[in-house]
Design a protein around this ligand. Structure first.
Ligand SMILES: Nc1ncnc2c1ncn2[C@@H]1O[C@H](COP(=O)(O)OP(=O)(O)O)[C@@H](O)[C@H]1O
Ligand SMILES: [Mg+2]
Length: 237
């Protein structure tokens, strides 16, 4: 098995004249959790949007399993094994929890056999399987969004600020689940503002500031870098 599942090589993205990603380059291995941090507007969600095929990079390369995928549309990437969650969970609010997972399974990995009940247990919503998704709590909506991504059989899962607005017990449950997914060999890129939560699932982070990579290394070391601290706290430091 290759030690590298995903590689970004000098990825650039602009909106109008505004540079949002500038020469972003990094790699992720199967079963690895990579944290992606940085202040609001630094390009974290855009990085996920470009990897998942929602947006196309202006230049640079993205390799998945050794193959270039930067021109592959989003639905094909889902078949290849790349899927993501959203900052605001994207579930079908009028369908039941189980139906949400079943629909997602249709869009997934070609030939993957999806065990809907196992996913419902993974996301701890098996008891709510018959409930209408729109009636779930914020935490449950986030778990269902994660389950929807899992139902496509991802090799790479991109998780965008799943911790925001959750209480410590809910955060602990999500951290346990993300660690379990990594142990199964799924690679994860986790965008997060909550450093304690991130520290409980990984030690390796990339710090973005205004679309540039400011730092790549351990979370501890990142918090000691003046450039990184300045990017987070601006003029207040
Ligand atoms: N679809 C878009 N059109 C125009 N500008 C965008 C779009 N998406 C993101 N941006 C801009 O790109 C920058 C980075 O945004 P984003 O990746 O969402 O940041 P983050 O997730 O780190 O908060 C911001 O300045 C944002 O306004
Ligand atoms: Mg974002």
């Amino acid at each position: 098995m290759s030690s590298e599942l995903l590689r970004l090589d000098k990825v650039n993205k602009r909106f109008g004249g505004h540079v949002v990603l500038a020469d972003v380059s990094f790699a992720v291995a199967p079963g690895e959790i990579l944290g992606l941090v940085g202040p609001n507007g630094s390009g974290k969600t855009t990085t996920i949007n470009v990897i998942s095929g929602l947006y196309r990079a202006d230049s640079g390369r993205i390799l998945f399993d050794g193959h270039p995928v930067h021109h592959v549309p989003m639905h094909r990437l889902a078949h290849l094994g790349i899927n993501r969650t959203f900052q605001v969970p994207k579930t079908f609010r009028d369908m039941t929890v189980r139906q949400n997972i079943e629909v997602a399974a249709h869009f997934g990995h070609a030939g993957a056999t999806v065990d809907v009940e196992a996913i419902l247990r993974d996301i701890d919503l098996h008891k709510q399987a018959g409930k209408i998704a729109g009636s779930l709590t914020v935490n449950q909506q986030k778990l269902l969004d994660l389950g929807r991504a899992l139902a496509t059989g991802p090799k790479l899962l991109l998780v965008d600020e799943i911790g925001a607005g959750l209480n410590p017990a809910e955060l602990g449950g999500i951290a346990d689940l993300l660690r379990k997914l990594a142990q199964r060999g799924i690679a994860l890129i986790v965008v997060e503002h909550l450093m304690a939560f991130l520290g409980s699932i990984t030690s390796r982070v990339i710090v973005l500031g205004a679309g540039r990579m400011l730092f790549e290394g351990s979370l501890d070391a990142a918090s000691r870098q003046p450039e990184v601290v300045a990017a987070f706290f601006g003029g207040e430091v």
